[in-house]
Design a binder for this molecule. Structure first.
Ligand code: ADP
Ligand code: MG
Length: 387
């Protein structure tokens, strides 16, 4: 059983799992999808009467990263049911919901548990592709619209009705404390080689509370957020490149949309790969920034408060520097969280890269403010930036 746990499952093992779900047809083939980093995902094909082929997504939920799977699956049920009739993206198939839809088990539950772990099945979106980085400004703007639409469509659900699937997920001051602890412990003797990066982390410390503090004080609201706004969590139509669906709902929980916005910018606007070591190649592409901001704010800017709009320019650099803190702390701890490294110093390279990107965003703050204030003006949103 132990070698089954992380390896690819056999046809008969998959069949045994599928037998517990209400799906059409008999399993004929399956393929492991290696796109995501968190869950174990399979594309399943079944054959039913009259030679009908059906496709599904089978996933084993990562129960190391997520400790409360029952709470997580309840969240997914709440979100998918709420969005079923209202969340429709421009590439929607036949006007159908643009989010995941769960197949129930024969026992009427949304997941099945066996000795390997927790399994769920989703409806499959056919003829789609996803992008790790934007291949055009349009794709990035559409992603902004899709993540923004998610915020607005979930805004009439009480955030406290959702379980916290990862505690302290975006708590930037706590991330800094964790870095300081890692430095103090110096478990694997790496502190001496990262003194410069530790100094950079300290220099950014005035930023750490910029979103976390007003969120804690109630000056900006908790809203239901996606919390994993990676471009590859939007599926696009293979031919038209219009957005078809938003996926990966495991981290949906109460947070600030500023983090969602900032995280998409961190991933999508970087002009280099996230482990590029030639730091002169690392910068924030403001053209792409404008596209995403336009998409996101056209969808959900109308519900954001003045305080949120005032703080939005800082969001991308706060989240980027938060990411740098996490990579640096992990490097110092001996690569125990980000274990998928291709070479020994990759996490340190990622930390340096993210610090450089954050500092470029810092330098570009006046331009970023101008981009956002133009958009606020266009849509009539009130903020100190638009005065
Ligand atoms: P992870 O949390 O590991 O990132 P995801 O839920 O994002 O897992 O799924 C991993 C990949 O599987 C996605 O990037 C996408 O390519 C594919 N995928 C997931 N759900 C579907 C679906 N319903 N239809 C088609 N492809 C899907
Ligand atoms: Mg994903």
């Amino acid at each position: 059983m132990s070698n089954v746990k992380n390896g690819v499952l056999s046809l008969s093992e998959i069949k045994k799992i599928l037998d517990n779900f209400r799906i059409m047809g008999e399993l004929i083939s399956y393929e492991k999808i290696n796109k995501g980093y968190i869950n174990q995902t399979y594309n399943i094909k079944t054959l039913s009467e009259h030679n009908h082929i059906h496709q599904y997504i089978l996933q084993r939920v990562n129960d190391y990263v997520f400790r409360d799977i029952e709470g997580l699956m309840r969240n997914v049920e709440i979100v998918t049911e709420h969005l079923r009739d209202s969340y429709i993206l421009p590439g929607s198939r036949d006007g159908l919901s643009s989010t995941l839809s769960l197949k129930s088990t024969k026992a009427g539950k949304s997941f099945y548990r066996d000795e390997i772990g927790y399994w769920r099945i989703y409806k499959y979106f056919d003829n789609v592709k996803s992008f790790d980085i934007p291949d055009s400004p349009d794709v990035f703007r559409h992603a902004g619209e899709a993540f923004g639409l998610f915020i607005i469509k979930m805004s009439d659900v009480d955030p406290s009705s959702l379980a916290i699937t990862i505690p302290n997920f975006h708590n930037t001051p706590a991330r800094f404390e964790q870095l300081m602890e890692a430095v103090e412990n110096d478990r694997v003797g790496r502190v001496k080689e990262v003194m410069l990066e530790i100094e950079i982390a300290k220099k950014f410390s005035h930023l750490y509370g910029v979103i976390a503090k007003p969120l804690e004080d109630g000056k900006i609201p908790m809203r239901i957020c996606h919390n994993d706004c990676n471009l590859n969590n939007i599926l696009f139509d293979y031919d038209t490149k219009l957005p078809v669906a938003i996926i990966d709902l495991d981290t949906v929980m109460p947070s600030s949309p500023l983090y969602d916005f900032g995280d998409s910018m961190r991933i999508g606007t970087n002009t280099s790969a996230d482990d590029e070591t030639d730091l002169s190649k690392v910068s924030c592409n403001l053209e792409l920034y404008r596209e995403y901001a336009e998409g996101f704010l056209s969808a959900c800017g109308g519900i954001l408060t003045k305080n949120e709009l005032d703080l939005l320019p800082y969001a991308s650099m706060v989240i980027t520097v938060e990411d740098a803190l996490r990579f640096l702390a992990d490097y110092i701890n001996g690569d125990i969280y980000y274990t998928s490294i291709a070479y020994p110093k990759q996490n340190l390279d990622r930390a340096r890269n993210q610090f450089k990107l954050a500092s470029d965003m810092h330098d570009k703050l006046p331009e970023i403010k101008k981009i956002l204030s133009d958009i606020y003006k266009k849509y009539g949103y009130t903020s100190d930036l638009s005065i």
